[in-house]
Design a protein around this ligand. Structure first.
Ligand code: AKG
Length: 256
């Protein structure tokens, strides 16, 4: 498959609006492989919510630790050259997640409210990290596609709140945002500071998504705390290019 390389106009769009539709980044064979992996992870007995039900959303995180196929897509997918263009030469692949939104069936529970991904990690610096959200089904407003809020990344890291009993963080936002309506294998890329959400799945089938995150190899997380942690010290981080700066450790080395 032809690598995705971005034109100057696309790069300008990404920086101006905080997101970019990348087009098709997975081959049909890779889509089929990721769909098979999603099902394997969905039903794996090691997770307590296996066989999740109506109105629920299933999250399977850091799946590159369990799956060579997932790791290969993250390291060698057609989108990786675009990550180099946007993030630069010291590049890591550090996070993955399957997000399967089951039919809502009028439960009203399948919404994922407005948030910035960096709101969950309490700040990443430099905030050049990118989420590449790939559709494994046709996704649209009917079955709960992701919406992005153009330009919201320019507001910096926003305070995130919890609402009711949900563990979801959210930011109060006006406006509907732009729906990223995608075919299987197509992706939308957005910054770690871009507000995004998804609404209810009104269809009668699961809506399957798969996302990968990339960052500068020198990025630290929890940048709002006194002891920020280098992202490379997380488990299951893979280098794509370049190296980390070894001159500024901010946390003690791992034991052992
Ligand atoms: O896939 C979705 O519905 C949204 C997922 C999301 O925004 C996230 O996990 O941060």
């Amino acid at each position: 498959m032809k690598p995705v390389t971005l034109s100057p106009d696309q790069i300008a769009h990404y920086h101006e609006h905080g997101y970019l539709l990348l087009g098709k980044v997975l081959t049909d064979a890779q889509v089929a492989a990721m769909q098979a992996e999603e099902l394997r992870f969905r039903t794996a007995p090691i997770w307590p919510d296996s066989n999740a039900k109506t109105g629920q959303t299933m999250f399977r995180s850091q799946i590159q630790a369990y799956s060579a196929a997932v790791r290969d897509v993250g390291l060698n997918g057609a989108h990786v050259p675009a990550m180099r263009q946007l993030i630069g030469p010291n590049l890591i692949f550090w996070f993955t997640q399957f997000v399967t939104k089951f039919p809502d069936a009028a439960s009203g529970k399948s919404e994922f409210p407005w948030h910035q991904d960096n709101g969950y990690s309490k700040g990443i610096e430099p905030a050049t990290n990118i989420t590449v959200w790939v559709a494994l089904d046709v996704v649209n407003e009917h079955n709960g596609c992701v919406y992005v809020h153009p330009g919201s990344h320019k507001r910096g890291l926003l305070p995130h709140e919890t609402k009711g009993e949900s563990w979801h963080l959210h930011v109060p936002v006006e406006g509907d945002g732009v729906p990223a309506m995608l075919q299987p294998g197509e992706a939308v890329a957005f910054t770690g500071l871009t507000l995004h959400r998804s609404l209810l799945n009104h269809s009668d089938r699961p809506r399957r998504g798969f996302f990968m995150e990339y960052a500068n190899a020198n990025a630290v997380e929890q940048a709002t705390t006194a002891t920020p942690r280098p992202l490379v010290e997380r488990s299951c981080v893979y280098f794509i290019d370049g190296q980390a700066d070894l001159g500024r450790r901010t946390t003690p080395p791992p034991l052992g």
